[in-house]
Design a protein around this ligand. Structure first.
Ligand SMILES: *[C@@H]1O[C@H](CO)[C@@H](O)[C@H](O)[C@H]1NC(C)=O
Ligand SMILES: *[C@@H]1O[C@H](CO)[C@@H](O)[C@H](O)[C@H]1NC(C)=O
Length: 986
């Protein structure tokens, strides 16, 4: 809420000043309360449940005073005409006496806790009701339909009732014509807006934000000519915009976070001289932005972020007289140079142009002409940003004092010198540049700095000293530099610390966990940290994610790491030199979602206590020295999606007793290179339901886990601020006190974005509102794979495997499978890679194989297959190697013609596993671009998150699917990193 509330507040307050809410209620003068009115009121009081300690009105109602003087009651000629029982902590009861107060003009029951209200159908008795406020009253269920038949109604506020269902009636009665204020925001109202909306001719405020409305906007909305405030944000509206150019009074126009599309004709905004705010962000609008939009004389906020707007921006008209304060064009396809006139918008405090295709060179000196600028974001364009050319210290003072400066991917090669003086900075992002050298000491001394991202530069060191720094840093991201030596641990309030991908070899101080007790995300992977994992790691009570992978840690895994229960969700110790047993101390409250110990020297067995981790989704124990049988006991973990036991010393059959639960969600199972033997048991295969779904590829199997269950960022923000000392809070308050609330709001959202690496604050709140979970760390895979290769499995290829319609990759190579290739293998419609090589399969290649249209990799070599390779299909497009070592095979792509078959009985067992083929060379040659987008599907909700995510996702995927590999490719002079499928790695 925090994100939206200040905003709504701001507008609400301004609204109160603008909108004519004239509810003229003639307050009681000399008249005394009529007896029956008094008894109705007392009945009401007696029938209501309310908290007597918190009541300020009801509690005082009694026979002693005249009822017209009771608190919350107003009368006219002895009749009650206004009743205000807001904030009376009413939690239920019977309201029926209310509906006998026929003269009521105003009823305010806002901010209470009654649960059911929908049972009352007597609303139409209240003929004179003009003002009805039921907001924030915890109403559950449907709203009585006849509420829309109150013909005198001018104000209807049902907002902030999350569990209130309803939809607007198809035929809004003509009689409702006096309604000028309708607020249904933050309710569960759904369905389309009816054409009959135009019957609300006097409507000046329409707030339907944060509901479940959908469909296209009726064209009749153009007739709502009295509209002043329109907020349809955070719904599921689609289609184009009707024109609002007749709504001359319009001041605020918010359609953000919907699915609107189409272009915006310039006529739509012609003449709307009163418009103060236009927010079209997070939709799918495209085409050019009409320049009339920029020319609106009163416009203060223009937010067009995250759409598909395109084209170069023309010079903005009338810049010097513009009122524009916020201009957010980020996340579009704008191209060409940034028009210099933007820097003449003198009132700007926010300028966001990030994530577009702007090019050219921008001098930071430009912002000297924007004295009010607080947020400046040029990240992720094709811009070259050059530092300000400042020679004398006093020149610094001509720069605005910024709060948020984001210059990621701006080709900077040094810290801009004016930064040194920017002591008000809260968030600084200089990531993905070419900055060399040392991180200067002055940066740590910024009093308010909360988030600092210097990742992906060429930084080599950090200038100390790190003592006595009053830093409030919550986020420090230095990954992807060339930092070396000792990693200083000095930012006591840190929540997210990323030192990964550097050359650090140790920490200082060594008891890292005691130094940063509030840390939530800790990334230390891919350095040269060595020695034992310090026990103090267990002292970080808020820790959700710990990634120590790819270092040189030795010794045993501290038991307490497995024991630390409450919070840890993601634990990766992969790629170290850890030895000993995997601790068997996972507590019953184990919250782990992701556990990766791949590539260590661990021995012993799979710890039995892992069954306590009932939410585990990824278990990677590959490449260790575990000696155990197949861990059937893990079948109790119904959430398991990925299990990798590759390259250990597992042995025995993989049959499990049928009583042990199911792995219905399993997507990736890798048992390769162990000593498993026996048959592939049908019962086990039958339990893998997820592999059997041949769903729409765009929706299949998102593998995801949350660091927080319900992203209540307010609460998490609570975590952040606990360590914020009162003095710091005062400082912060002082800093932002002079700013309007919506500036503060924007700052907070930016900082949150920085700290959590996620999108805007309001987005996550909405997602929670809509009952959906937003995840902070997310692996998104619609990818499925079974790898049983290099074991001693035998018997025929089980028929059950052919049920796996969702399977993308199947590897049974280097086993002792015999029998035929099942002909209904063609059921595996999604198969992209099939490796059956080095078995004892016999018979012909089923022609049905040819119907697998996604099949890009196939290896049937070194079996006893015979006959003609099916012709006339893409099967011939595979290399001959795919069929080699089957003496009985003939036809293209083999050179062996079918007319000249050698006698079948010839030397079939002649080859030597592994020695006859250089597998490493083969794997390079068969490398195949996997079309990452095919199985990594975009997130539905949230574009900014999506962008962030796509940067991280392939990295995570690469880690857990060992057959994938990164390659760097050049297209059109640009370097791309792609994930490639490396099917035959051994
Ligand atoms: C509750 O309301 C009903 C009618 O509205 C009335 O008859 C009854 O007496 C009320 N109960 C009390 C305890 O006042
Ligand atoms: C609107 O949503 C409802 C369900 O909430 C759905 O049944 C209906 O088809 C949707 N309408 C449109 C136009 O998308």
């Amino acid at each position: 809420m925090m994100r939206t509330t200040p905003n709504s507040w701001f507008y609400f307050i301004s609204l109160l000043c603008l909108v004519d809410l004239t509810i003229t209620i003639n307050l009681a003068t000399a008249h005394y309360c009529l007896d029956h009115q008094q008894s109705l009121l007392l009945h009401l009081k007696n029938n209501l449940t309310y908290n007597q300690n918190q009541s300020k009105k009801l509690i005082h109602w009694n026979h002693v005073h005249d009822c017209c003087h009771w608190k919350g009651v107003s009368c006219n000629k002895g009749h009650v005409i206004a009743l205000d029982l807001s904030q009376e902590s009413i939690s239920g009861g019977n309201f029926s006496s209310l509906f006998h107060m026929q003269f009521l003009q105003s009823l305010n029951l806002a901010s209470n806790g009654f649960i059911q209200f929908g049972t009352y159908s007597e609303f139409q008795n209240l003929k004179y009701l003009r003002y009805l406020n039921l907001s924030n009253a915890s109403i559950v269920g449907e709203i009585p339909k006849n509420i829309f038949q109150l013909s005198s109604l001018q104000v209807l506020d049902l907002s902030d009732n999350q569990r209130l269902n309803g939809f607007l009636p198809q035929n809004i009665p003509y009689q409702l014509a006096s309604l000028n204020y309708l607020n249904l925001s933050h309710t569960n109202f759904s369905g389309p807006l009816p054409e009959s909306l135009l019957n609300l001719r006097k409507l000046s405020t329409l707030d339907l934000s944060n509901c479940q409305f959908n469909g296209t906007l009726p064209n009749s909305m153009s007739n709502l000519t009295h509209l002043v405030y329109l907020d349809l944000s955070f719904n599921n509206f689609t289609g184009p915009l009707p024109s609002f150019n007749r709504s001359n009074a319009l001041r605020s126009f918010a359609l953000n976070h919907n699915y609107f599309s189409g272009t915006i004709p310039s006529t739509h905004f012609n003449g709307l001289a009163n418009l103060v705010r236009v927010d079209l962000g997070d939709n799918s609008f495209d085409g050019r932005v009409p320049s009339t939009l920029f020319a609106l004389p009163s416009l203060q906020q223009l937010i067009l972020s995250y759409n598909r707007f395109e084209g170069p921006l023309k010079e903005l008209p009338n810049c010097s007289s513009s009122s524009l304060e916020m201009l957010d064009l980020s996340g579009n396809n704008f191209q060409g140079p940034i028009p210099p006139s933007i820097f003449q918008l003198k009132r700007l405090f926010l300028l966001q142009l990030s994530t577009n295709k702007f090019n050219g060179t921008i001098k930071l000196d430009n912002i000297r002409s924007l004295p009010k600028l607080k947020t400046f974001d040029l990240s992720h364009n094709n811009l070259s940003v050059v530092g300000a050319n400042v020679t004398y210290d006093q020149d610094f003072s001509y720069f605005p004092m910024l709060y948020n400066l984001l210059l990621a991917s701006c080709k900077l090669d040094a810290f801009p010198s004016f930064l040194r003086n920017q002591s008000t900075l809260l968030y600084l992002d200089l990531s993905n540049n070419q900055i060399e050298g040392i991180i200067p000491n002055w940066i740590w001394k910024f009093e308010f700095l909360m988030a600092l991202n210097l990742s992906n530069n060429f930084l080599e060191g950090m200038e100390g000293p790190f003592q006595n720094l009053g830093s409030n840093l919550f986020l420090l991201d230095l990954h992807g530099n060339q930092l070396q030596g000792t990693a200083p641990i000095f930012t006591k309030s840190i929540v997210s610390l990323d030192y990964s991908n550097n050359n650090f070899s140790s920490f200082f101080p060594a008891d890292i966990g005691n130094q940063i007790p509030n840390v939530v995300n800790l990334y230390l992977s891919n350095n040269s940290f060595h020695g034992e994992i310090h026990e103090s790691f267990c002292n970080m009570t808020f820790l959700r994610l710990l990634d120590l992978s790819d270092n040189r840690f030795t010794g045993e895994i501290p038991k307490c790491l497995a024991t630390s229960d409450r919070s840890l969700r993601v634990l990766s110790l992969a790629g170290n030199e850890l030895s000993g047993h995997v601790p068997d101390t996972f507590p019953t409250s184990c919250a782990l979602r992701f556990l990766d110990f791949n590539g260590n020297l661990l021995d012993g067995t799979v710890p039995r206590s892992l069954t306590n981790c009932q939410n585990l989704q990824v278990l990677n124990l590959g490449k260790n020295q575990l000696i155990d049988t197949f861990p059937c006991f893990l079948k109790n973990i119904l959430t398991l999606r990925v299990m990798i036991l590759r390259s250990n010393k597992f042995h025995g059959h993989i049959e499990c007793p049928s009583s042990t639960g199911n792995w219905e969600k399993l997507q990736i199972l890798d048992l390769a290179s162990n000593n498993f033997s026996g048959l592939l048991p049908s019962s086990l295969l039958r339990s893998w339901k997820a592999l059997m779904h041949d769903e729409d590829r765009s929706r299949f199997g998102h593998l995801s886990f949350g660091l927080f269950d319900n992203i209540n960022l307010i609460q998490n923000f609570g975590i952040l601020t606990t360590e914020f000392s009162n003095a710091d809070k005062m400082k912060f308050a002082k800093l932002v006190a002079v700013e309007p609330l919506f500036v503060v709001d924007h700052i907070v959202s930016h900082v949150m974005e920085g700290v959590y690496g996620i999108g805007r604050y309001e987005d996550s709140v909405t997602i929670v509102n809509k009952g959906q979970q937003m995840k902070l760390v997310k692996i998104l895979i619609a990818f499925t794979s079974l790898d049983f290769s290099s074991n001693h499995f035998e018997g025929s290829v089980p028929e059950e495997i052919t049920n796996f319609k969702g399977l993308h990759a199947l590897n049974l190579s280097q086993n002792s499978f015999s029998g035929h290739i099942p002909s209904n293998i063609s059921n595996l419609r999604n198969l992209e890679s099939l490796d059956l090589s080095m078995n004892s399969l016999k018979g012909e290649i089923p022609t049905e194989l040819a119907s697998l249209s996604f099949l890009a990799i196939m290896n049937l070599s070194y079996n006893h297959l015979v006959g003609r390779i099916p012709t006339g299909t893409q099967i011939q497009s595979f290399e001959a190697d795919s069929f080699a070592g089957n003496e009985g095979l003939c036809g293209p792509p083999l050179t062996q013609g079918c007319g000249l078959l050698p006698p079948l009985a010839s030397k079939t067992t002649d080859f030597d596993h592994g020695s006859s083929i250089d597998w490493t060379i083969l794997s390079v040659e068969l490398g195949f671009t996997f079309g990452f987008g095919m199985f990594i599907m975009p997130l539905i909700f949230w574009k900014r998150w999506r962008l962030w995510f796509s940067e991280k996702a392939d990295g995570v995927l690469y880690k857990i699917v060992p057959q994938l590999d990164f390659v760097y490719e050049h297209h059109g002079g640009k370097k791309y990193r792609t994930l490639r499928w490396k099917p035959f790695s051994l």
